[in-house]
Design a protein around this ligand. Structure first.
Ligand code: AP5
Length: 215
């Protein structure tokens, strides 16, 4: 199955993708995580990503597509994938369709997770993440251990540099201006299911399961 988790920054895409990876037996492909890994490696490509990410702006399509094409041709994603944070523009959606078509695949379901901006700001500014495995915590809703060591892998827990209120507002503007319309692309194919993204984590997972079951 090829599943796309869609929604504004902080909607819960990454959190839910991690729950679904084991259940569906397919990997989570997060362009944000891939870009942060590239940035942490200190490579020239990572430095280019950082110019945009640090300001809350979208990274140009050609750089994103270069990254995604490599991953999609790998063995890991041969049986499908959970796309998280990609595609984010109309050209990215068209390119993804073309890559998947070459592999005899298509996006089977888009789950659009709906959350208002005030909730997003609260979630993102309280988010903490493991540097090693990407496990996500929230200071109030899913508190990290007080020693700052990830319960999943023992890695170091940190706050993302783009998780300030100012940058989240910028990321949300980018989402409204360039990404929200990507849903029209998939609506035309009849694969979009909208779910309410506010509630307990397991309630949201159940809503996503139901949306997948009706695909
Ligand atoms: P990316 O890393 O993709 O960030 P994002 O899309 O902005 O999404 P987030 O990771 O912020 O949120 P999420 O929906 O995964 O929420 P989460 O589950 O963590 O992108 C970062 C940057 O990279 C972009 O700004 C851009 O520069 C660049 N980029 C990436 N992909 C790109 C692309 N395709 N094209 C161009 N540029 C690209 O949850 C958030 C918090 O809420 C957590 O603390 C979590 O614990 C908490 N939470 C989750 N669900 C609940 C709940 N139900 N109740 C209470 N708390 C909850």
């Amino acid at each position: 199955m090829d599943l796309l988790l869609f929604g504004p920054p902080g909607a819960g895409k990454g959190t839910q993708a991690k729950f679904l990876v084991k259940e569906l037996g397919i990997p989570q492909l997060s362009t944000g995580d891939m870009m942060r890994a590239e940035r942490a490696s200190g490579s020239d490509l990572g430095k280019k990503f950082n110019e945009y990410m640090s300001q809350g702006l979208l990274v140009p399509d050609e750089l994103v597509l270069e990254l995604m094409e490599k991953v999609l041709s790998s063995e890991e994603a041969a049986k499908g994938a959970i796309f998280d944070g990609f595609p984010r523009t109309a050209p990215q959606a068209e390119a993804l369709d073309a890559i998947l078509a070459k592999l005899g695949r298509k996006i089977d379901r888009v789950v659009a997770i709906e959350v208002d901006l005030d909730v997003i700001i609260d979630r993102v500014t309280g988010r903490r993440v493991c540097k090693s495995c990407g496990q996500t915590y929230h200071l109030r809703y899913d508190p990290p251990p007080s020693d700052g060591v990830c319960t999943a892998c023992g890695g170091e827990i940190y706050q993302r540099a783009d998780d300030t209120e100012e940058t989240v507002r910028k990321r949300d503007s980018e989402y409204q201006a360039k990404t929200a319309a990507v849903l029209d692309h998939y609506d035309a194919k009849g694969v979009v299911a909208h779910i309410n993204g506010v509630g307990e984590l397991d309630e949201i997972t159940e809503r996503i399961r139901e949306a997948i079951a009706t695909a």
